[in-house]
Design a binder for this molecule. Structure first.
Ligand SMILES: NC(=O)c1ccc[n+]([C@@H]2O[C@H](COP(=O)([O-])OP(=O)(O)OC[C@H]3O[C@@H](n4cnc5c(N)ncnc54)[C@H](O)[C@@H]3O)[C@@H](O)[C@H]2O)c1
Length: 426
């Protein structure tokens, strides 16, 4: 990859940073930037968030430090001199905000998922010609993922045949009520495509693509895939998903994840090679590979700080820094978009297979047997329909070319008219 941004970058010890979005996950961005500011590597100049009144304590703390608060990104870019911003705002805002910052010559640490649609990502890659954008898939920098990648590169698994992952991540109605864009396919004419594969469990999918990439810092892309998307919550988008396919490195991959489950199962990754299997469940490794030494305390590091810190190094003119560029997320967006194409939209899940439950008055939905089906996808690579889920639909294989030429607008913007079949369950 051409790293020509160095020619246009400055060499600065302390990066002048603005944080866009300070509630929700933006608080982690703020924490990382403040840590780097304490270490003398960043200068937190300003934040931008329209809901200042909701953050009284933070507002007074930042004011005392001389950090300006703007209600919009536009105002912040106009009034402040910034080298970089971080963006942790609702997904439908990512595209426009990133463009405005890049047009101003500002570097961007953009939260995952970068954008919902492949057509948007292509546009961004085209206008980010100086490689100013990094995407915040911070778990790539975590010790367990680094260990897995290194074990693969060192040949400890032999030839890798298959990489599979997923999780059961219960979310109840309050999750969908928390934000106007939650569970939406589009909002105010902007694509959202919010669901477990594209949002809460996006890391698992991007980790699979990273582990499937042939080199130390490469992210695989699917050459073909089959996927299934379902909805049982009364939302436009999906809450249950699975996909399997082949990567351009020849490795098979599979992912399964849902919010419509009562019981949680942690992020799991399983890498199958000719010498055996290496598995990461939550923070715990297991393997049947003879003599393979496994780390004991996986997951105790702070990948968020590592991720933002690398971004600051990059901004400071160290182009060899391993940041996740927009291009490195192409396989991710191809997979999510391809899953929608293969699934031909989002299927309402038959309410006969869904039970409702409550936790402190917060209603949730549980698809019967789905926890086991997710485990089966991780251990066998088979889709829900191939594991005989009575509610599942068989879907066709789509190639990368078909994904690239697919028109998704009908599913993204026509979603409001979809039946909300399981509303009665809640
Ligand atoms: N990397 C991770 O582990 C991780 C975890 C959770 C969420 N995320 C990502 O973080 C992003 C934000 O998710 P969230 O759930 O925190 O969203 P959210 O809806 O809670 O919004 C985050 C913040 O953005 C602010 N905001 C809204 N409109 C804005 C605007 N026009 N300008 C500036 N700020 C604005 C909101 O006021 C809020 O403070 C998403 O991309 C999500 O996928 C990442």
């Amino acid at each position: 990859m051409d790293k020509s941004h160095q020619t246009k970058a400055f060499r600065r010890e302390r990066v002048r940073v603005g944080v866009v979005g300070v509630g929700g996950f933006g608080r982690s961005h703020l924490g990382a930037v403040e840590s780097l500011a304490s270490a003398g590597r960043a200068h937190l100049v300003a934040v931008a968030d329209p809901f200042r009144e909701q953050h009284v304590e933070l507002d007074s703390r930042l004011s005392a430090q001389g950090v300006a608060w703007h209600s919009t990104l536009e105002e912040m870019l106009e009034k402040e001199t910034l080298d970089a911003i971080t963006i942790a705002t609702p997904v439908p805002l990512h595209f426009g905000m990133t463009r405005r910052a890049v047009e101003k010559g500002v570097f961007v640490y953009l939260e995952k998922p970068p954008v919902p649609l492949l057509s948007q990502l292509d546009e961004m890659i085209a206008w980010d010609e100086d490689f100013r954008v990094a995407v915040g898939f911070q778990l790539i920098y975590s010790e367990p993922i680094r260990f897995l990648k290194q074990a693969i590169l060192d040949g400890k698994l032999g030839t890798v045949r298959s990489i599979r992952g997923g999780a059961a991540a219960p979310r109840r109605q309050s999750y969908y009520n928390r934000a106007s864009w939650a569970g939406r396919m589009s909002i105010n004419g902007e694509p959202v495509f919010d669901g477990p594969m594209t949002n809460a469990l996006a890391h698992v999918l991007q980790n699979i693509l990273f582990l499937g990439g042939g080199d130390a810092w490469s992210f695989a892309r699917p050459t073909s895939l089959r996927g299934e998307l379902y909805r049982c919550y009364p939302v436009e988008s999906f809450d249950t998903s699975c996909v399997r396919g082949v990567l351009d490195t020849g490795v098979e991959f599979a992912f399964a994840g849902s919010h419509a489950v009562r019981d949680e199962s942690p992020h799991t990754l399983e890498v199958v090679g000719t010498r055996g299997t290496l598995r990461l469940t939550g923070g715990t490794f297991s393997s049947d590979i003879p003599g393979l030494e496994l780390p004991q305390h996986a997951g105790s590091d702070v990948p968020m700080l590592a991720s933002v810190s690398r971004f600051m190094d990059y901004v400071c003119g160290q182009p060899e820094t391993d940041i996740i560029r927009l291009e490195d997320t192409r396989g991710f967006v191809e997979t999510t978009n391809g899953t929608l194409v293969s699934s031909r939209g989002i299927f309402p899940l038959d309410a006969r297979f869904v039970e409702s439950y409550q936790v402190e008055g917060d209603p949730g939905l549980d698809v019967l047997g789905l926890g086991d089906l997710i485990t089966q996808t991780i251990t066998t690579g088979r889709l829900f329909s191939e594991n005989s889920a009575p509610w599942a639909n068989r879907t066709p294989t789509v190639t990368r070319e078909e994904i690239q030429s697919a028109v998704l607008e009908e599913w993204i913007f026509g979603a409001e008219e979809n039946p909300k079949n399981a509303t009665a369950c809640l």
